[in-house]
Design a protein around this ligand. Structure first.
Ligand SMILES: [Zn+2]
Length: 241
C-alpha cells in the first residue's frame, strides 16, 4: 500500500519515492504527495521526475485497488518514457502546487458553507476553478447572507486541524456527533475529523489549508434549485489567479 503523505502533510509539494508498480491504469509508488480524486475533491496533477531529470507528466490521480491503491495517471503520449519505469526506480513525485492549493482553499471553504447552511449535503465537487455543494433542502438561500458569512469566517482566521477519534469516543460523546454537519462512519475503529476551530467539525479525508484566512475572498456565482429537494451553491475566488 502507498504511504499517503498528503494526509498528514498537505503542504508537502514533492517527495522522494520509488515506483512500486504500473499497469495500463497508471503508476503506483511506495509513498506519494498526490491526492487521489475522492470526497468530491479533484485528483492531483504533477510530475514524476527521474534521476536524469526527465519527467513523466501526471494528468490525474485516482483510487485503485489493493497495492495499486493510489494510481498516478500519465498524460497520454509518454508511453516510451513510462515504459522505462520499473519497480524500485527512484523518482521525485511533485504535484502541481498552484492547482492543489486552490483545491485546498476551496475544500476548506465548503466546510465553512456547511457550517453556515444548517442542512445535509448530498453532493460536492471541488476543482481548481470552482467549488460546488448541493444541500438537501427546500428553503431558498440568500446569496448576500452566504457571501457575508463566508467573508466573516475567512477574515476571522480560524485554525484548521485534523483530529482522530475512535468509535468508543464517539459513542461516549453523542452531543459531539449531533453538532457534526456530516455523521461519522462507524465500525472502522478510528475516524479522521476535520476541525475548524469554533466553526465546523466533520469526518473528511481531503486536503485543507491550515487557517481560514488562507482561503481568501470568495464569491457565490450561482445558487440554483437543482431539484425539489436540492439547492446547489457554486463558489469561486473573488480574485482570479
Ligand atoms: Zn474536508
Amino acid at each position: 500500500m502507498t504511504d499517503p503523505v498528503f494526509r498528514d502533510q498537505p503542504y508537502e509539494r514533492e517527495i522522494a519515492a520509488r515506483i512500486a508498480g504500473r499497469d495500463e491504469r497508471g503508476i503506483w509508488l511506495d509513498r506519494t504527495v498526490f491526492y487521489p480524486r475522492g470526497g468530491g475533491q479533484a485528483g492531483d496533477a504533477g510530475w514524476l521526475a527521474m534521476g536524469d531529470g526527465r519527467e513523466v507528466e501526471i494528468a490525474d490521480t485516482v483510487k485503485g485497488e489493493g497495492d495499486a491503491d493510489i494510481l498516478h495517471v500519465p498524460t497520454p503520449g509518454q508511453e516510451a518514457l513510462v515504459g522505462e519505469l520499473s519497480a524500485g526506480t527512484p523518482v521525485t513525485a511533485r504535484i502541481d502546487w498552484d492547482r492543489r492549493h486552490r483545491h485546498m482553499r476551496f475544500h476548506t471553504a465548503t466546510h465553512l458553507l456547511c457550517a453556515i447552511v444548517p442542512h445535509q449535503t448530498n453532493g460536492c465537487s471541488i476543482t481548481s476553478g470552482y467549488a460546488r455543494l448541493d444541500f438537501d433542502m427546500v428553503e431558498p438561500l440568500d446569496r448576500e447572507h452566504l457571501e457575508r458569512e463566508l467573508g466573516r469566517l475567512v477574515s476571522e482566521a480560524h485554525d484548521v486541524r485534523t483530529v482522530w477519534i475512535t468509535d468508543a469516543e464517539l459513542d461516549a460523546k453523542p452531543d459531539l456527533v449531533r453538532t457534526m454537519s456530516v455523521k461519522p462512519p462507524r465500525g472502522v475503529g478510528r475516524v479522521r475529523l476535520l476541525q475548524i476551530d469554533g466553526v465546523d467539525l466533520q469526518p473528511c479525508g481531503g486536503t485543507h489549508v491550515a487557517n481560514t484566512r488562507e482561503i481568501g475572498a470568495l464569491k457565490i456565482v450561482k445558487i440554483e434549485k437543482k431539484s425539489a429537494r436540492t439547492r446547489r451553491v457554486v463558489l469561486e475566488f473573488a480574485t482570479p489567479a
